[in-house]
Design a protein around this ligand. Structure first.
Ligand SMILES: Nc1ncnc2c1ncn2[C@@H]1O[C@H](COP(=O)(O)OP(=O)(O)O)[C@@H](O)[C@H]1O
Ligand SMILES: [Mg+2]
Length: 281
């Protein structure tokens, strides 16, 4: 992993080939899992997201790219109703997951957020042991009947997050004592522990060094076998490395969405072309 250059520093338009081990591009055979229709978001009077329409495929990684402030995080939060927590925010339109509108009054947002997990920019483990960080969600949702059921969930989740081997001898120690990259993998294990279908990641590597970043990118590539993953990234190189689909946002609109290779080599919109060639940022 050490020989891997820090591609975040590479110039725009200078996209690296997929690192060894990552699957081929263009494998987008998954079915549609998330459907956004005419999604707009207002913060008070100000409209931050304008009429977004998108189909997001299962078992693949979709990257949201675009300049700062263009609405990437705002739209990501629409997908698990995190905007509910922002008093000024008002969402219109619909988001369906497996055909169910998540804004339907019948939907319990707490259950929803177990199905649609989120990983944030800054790793945010709870001030609890590694074990209890992962067990937290399953406990709340009553997923384990016995201690050994819970042990199983915790171990499996840590394994899926590629962390188990590193922490198995200190699983009762504080999660906050881990390195930044390990903490982020712990947060991924915590999200996985409640059996989500969709995992949202908002710039999950931007607080990490290049080696920890590479580790998370490899993990994302493994996880996509089983999950629908949406990642916001300010790094086009990262989008090119980890995603199969890319959505380019600009000034609150979704300019275009398509296969990552197409978006980066042959975009349909001139605004996308301008952005990926570094003409504005
Ligand atoms: N909690 C908030 N209250 C008011 N305005 C917000 C809030 N969050 C984001 N915005 C505004 O919405 C726009 C989109 O922001 P955001 O979704 O964070 O963009 P991005 O993630 O692409 O950088 C920006 O103009 C930002 O200032
Ligand atoms: Mg953001």
């Amino acid at each position: 992993m050490n020989e891997r250059p820090n591609l975040n520093q590479a110039g725009f338009g200078n996209l690296a080939p997929a690192p060894k081990g990552l699957l081929a591009r263009g494998d987008t055979s998954g079915r549609i899992r998330v459907v956004g229709r005419s999604v707009s978001v207002f913060y008070g009077e100000k409209q931050a997201l304008i009429d977004v329409n998108i189909d997001i495929l299962d078992k693949s990684v979709t990257a949201f790219i675009g300049p700062s402030g263009c609405g990437k995080s705002t739209f990501l939060r629409c997908l698990n109703r995190m905007n509910d927590f922002i008093d000024a925010a008002r969402v219109t339109g619909s988001v369906e997951i497996d055909g169910v509108n998540i804004y339907d009054p019948e939907i319990d947002p707490v259950q929803l957020r177990a199905r649609v997990g989120m990983v944030f920019q800054k790793p945010n483990p709870f001030p609890k042991s590694i074990y209890d960080n992962v067990a937290y969600g399953p406990r709340i949702h009553g997923l384990a009947r016995t201690k050994s059921d819970m042990d199983e969930i915790v171990i499996t989740s840590l394994e899926k997050a590629g962390l188990y081997k590193e922490v198995k001898d200190r699983i009762l120690e504080a999660g906050t004592g881990l390195s930044g990259g390990q903490q982020q993998r712990l947060c991924i294990a915590r999200a996985i522990a409640v059996n989500p279908e969709v995992i949202l990641m908002d710039e999950p590597c931007s607080a990490l060094d290049p080696i920890a970043t590479a580790r998370i990118e490899e993990l994302i590539d493994e996880l996509r076998q089983n999950f629908c993953i949406v990642i916001v990234t300010h790094s086009m190189q990262q989008a090119a490395r980890v995603s199969q689909r890319t959505a380019f946002f600009h000034l609150g609109t979704l300019v275009e969405e398509g296969e990552t290779s197409e978006i980066f080599t042959n975009p349909r919109q001139s605004r996308t072309q301008d952005y990926i060639t570094g003409r504005f940022g």
